[in-house]
Design a protein around this ligand. Structure first.
Ligand code: NOJ
Length: 723
């Protein structure tokens, strides 16, 4: 009773009057202003012999009004405790904004973002983001550092797992969906990160130099961020990298000219973790004061973890190197976000419902659905899938087969590996009558020899083998670049042994980045791409293996044949010497085709589809007009299933070179056997335009080709002319 009352009291609004930000700012001291600009990490979580002293110091900082925001502090009780210091004991009672990396779920873990993107299902992505926000909000978090909307074309880069892949059109659709999901209800902030071009790191090495043209920024890397602004995202995060000589965190072109002046973004921009300090390592700033000056002048509002702005700001002001107006601008943006989130009125989190919200059965059901919808059937040459429900002896083989830790992937928030469903458990749930045995066979990533005896014994009686291989969660994500992107360790050798057994088998792939699958892609008849599928991964994979869910996802990123092809992406330019021009002295490799192993947009189903009857509402149009492309899609097989109908265009000749094709529309359609549907796409100035020679958006006269199909390899279906 006492607890319930307390929980209720905590959620009651504090102030009847909405806070007047101008008035509040007029009462703030310089130190309090710089305090708002400061974000600290991990308050309330210090351990060890000095913990009590650290806690006291942290609370002292809060009472002194020197803490604007805290990240990595999770839990209603601990956030409330710190919040009390701010709203009850600091002079101006300004609430703290608690942030956290809620990347793909929170306690309920959804598929890794790249995997979920394979679902080509913006609505689904919106739902999972909304649930992630709900669960983390129950733990005092009001701000996620997501979505990560960095376009990534290089599988070496470990953070490719966190985004939506290589395509700006898909990236925009999913970025805005995720922002809408996180911010549903208006009391939780999303963060578009990492602004900008972080995914273009040279050689796929995390944090590395980026040097891309303004054209590529505008056409490839900017659009998903603009989509976030259009979806009213409340915050942005700068990227660690430099962009053509200027680190983003001190880059006025990206932080102010584009974001504020062109796009009219009104929210707050936070640096990435110590990115202000890193300006010293970049060789841009000689010391902390210079780093503070450079980042503030460029348009940064909040500093994550390093303390250069807070520490040097007052002296920079006194020396007239920065103006009070510049400081106020940052502080106002921060306070306005706190106001928008309702933190002045309701800064606390009810402690009681926390456990009820987390890992709610409905959330887990969503996790299972979204994981199953994100699985991509790469090969099913012998129609081994779906497997029969009558199987009586199933062997699960591979280091990811009985694995709860890696299946939830990196950046799994408050997700608990003990709560995750392994593939083995998923299969045992699905086949309660059957014997389901397991052997790891080898490690994920070591040279330890394969346990042949155990493998032989496990395979002996099996009538079906489900292999689970891939990467550990620690092999994808931040600072997890790899120069070898094949299956690590002895796993390929393990699959070869299974193959040689002559028994029917399926390879399930559990990992983050696109892998160069080499021998597996060539020889294994059945490959199911599962990504890091999340808390309900094992159940979801089992759903697909038996055909309860017919796989309908598509690759959001190209799978290279080998690492030497990286970066690789479908929307490349033609070059002056395209590979099909003649036999030699063309843009190709001597030892491998230009094409990826598996193309963007590719994915099979247990049924078959026919996409045809493509028609255009007109064959010519003016640059201001639009046309409609329609096509029919029919399920020509005997099982219900989903197809993602994809529309690509090519602007054949233009004042600047254009990609060989660009995705401009997609729709995931569910069809019963025999059922036929019409899908339509609009092509107007937004889809047909590009940045011309003077960097202005323009639709130029000329011929456009239209490709409609079920992958980026879709055949040419029509053409039209802009006059
Ligand atoms: C560094 C990462 O680059 C960023 O994505 C993340 O949000 C911050 N750390 C905070 O954890």
């Amino acid at each position: 009773m006492k607890n319930t009352l307390l929980a209720l009291l905590l959620t009651l609004p504090l102030a009847a009057q909405p806070v007047d930000i101008d008035k509040l700012m007029s009462q703030m001291t310089v130190a309090e202003k710089f305090g708002q600009i400061q974000q600290y990490s991990g308050f309330g979580f210090t351990t060890g012999p000095t913990a009590a002293a650290e806690d006291a110091k942290q609370k002292e900082l809060i009472r002194a009004g020197k803490v604007g925001s805290i990240l990595n502090c999770v839990g209603a009780k601990v956030t409330n405790e710190l919040q009390r210091e701010a709203v009850q004991h600091s002079r101006l009672k300004i609430p703290i904004l608690f942030g956290f990396d809620v990347i793909h779920g929170h306690r309920t873990v959804f598929p890794s973002p790249l995997g979920e993107s394979a679902s080509f299902d913006p609505k689904g992505c919106e739902e999972t983001a909304a649930v992630a926000a709900k669960e983390s909000a129950a733990q005092g978090i009001r701000w996620t550092f997501a979505p990560m909307v960095d376009i990534a074309r290089d599988a070496r880069w470990g953070r490719i797992v966190e985004g939506s892949g290589e395509d700006p059109y898909l990236g925009c659709a999913l970025a805005s969906a995720r922002v809408r999901g996180f911010q549903r209800g208006g009391k939780y902030a999303a963060c578009a990160k990492h602004w900008v071009a972080y995914g273009a790191a040279e050689a796929g090495r995390d944090y590395n130099t980026v040097d891309v043209s303004e054209r590529t920024l505008r056409e490839i890397y900017f659009p998903p961020f603009k989509a976030c602004v259009d979806a009213d995202v409340m915050t942005f995060m700068t990227s660690f990298n430099e962009v053509s000589g200027l680190p983003s965190t001190a880059n006025r072109f990206v932080l102010t000219d584009v974001l504020r002046n062109e796009w009219k973004f009104k929210g707050l921009v936070v640096s990435d973790y110590e990115a202000v300090d890193e300006l010293r390592h970049h060789g841009l700033a000689a010391d902390g004061a210079a780093a503070a000056l450079d980042s503030l002048k460029a348009g940064l509002d909040m500093e994550m973890v390093s303390e250069h702005i807070a520490k040097n700001g007052p002296a920079l002001l006194a020396a007239k190197k920065i103006t009070m107006a510049e400081v106020d601008q940052a502080v106002r943006r921060i306070l306005l976000i706190k106001q928008k989130l309702g933190l002045f009125d309701n800064p606390f989190t009810a402690e009681e419902p926390e456990q009820k919200v987390l890992f709610d059965p409905a959330h887990r059901a969503l996790a299972r659905r979204s994981a199953a919808r994100s699985l991509v059937l790469l090969k099913n040459d012998q129609k081994v899938l779906p497997i029969a429900r009558t199987l009586s002896n199933i062997a699960v083989v591979g280091p990811l087969g009985n694995n709860q830790e890696d299946i939830i992937g990196p950046w799994h928030g408050d997700g608990k590996k003990d709560e995750a469903i392994s593939l083995l458990t998923g299969l045992r749930n699905k086949f309660p009558q059957a014997k389901v045995t397991f052997v790891a066979g080898c490690d994920i990533n070591s040279d330890k020899p394969i346990d042949r005896a155990a493998l032989t014994q496990t395979l002996a009686g099996a009538d079906m083998i489900i292999v689970a291989v891939g990467e550990s969660e620690l092999m994808s994500g931040e600072a997890k670049s790899r120069s070898h992107i094949g299956l690590p360790g002895q796993q390929e050798a393990l699959v070869k042994m299974v193959h040689e057994s002559g028994k029917p088998y399926v390879v399930t792939l559990i990992h983050g980045r696109p892998l160069a699958l080499g021998w597996l892609a060539e020889k294994c008849p059945t490959l199911l791409e599962c990504w890091f599928p999340g808390s309900e991964g094992g159940n979801a994979i089992a759903d697909v293996l038996v055909g309860e869910v017919n796989p309908g996802a598509k690759l959001p990123v190209s799978f290279p044949r080998n690492v030497g092809q990286c970066p690789i992406y479908y929307n490349h330019k033609n070059t002056g010497r395209p590979a099909d021009l003649r036999d030699s002295y063309v843009s190709n490799y001597m030892d491998v085709p230009n094409s990826p192993q598996f193309s963007f947009g590719y994915g099979l189903s247990y049924t078959t589809f026919k996409i045809n009857e493509v028609s255009l509402s007109r064959n010519s149009l003016s640059p201001k007009d639009s046309l409609t492309v329609s096509a029919s899609v029919q399920n020509t097989g005997s099982l219900a299933g989903d197809e993602v109908v994809q529309l690509y265009i090519r602007d054949k000749v233009a004042s600047v070179t254009r990609p060989v094709r660009e995705l401009k529309g997609f729709e995931r359609v569910s069809l019963e056997p025999g059922q036929k549907r019409q899908v339509t796409f609009q092509l107007g100035p937004k889809e047909l335009g590009f940045y011309d020679r003077s960097m202005q958006w323009a639709v130029e006269p000329g011929e456009f080709e239209v490709f409609v199909g079920n992958s980026s390899l879709a055949e040419k279906a029509a053409s039209f002319t802009v006059r």
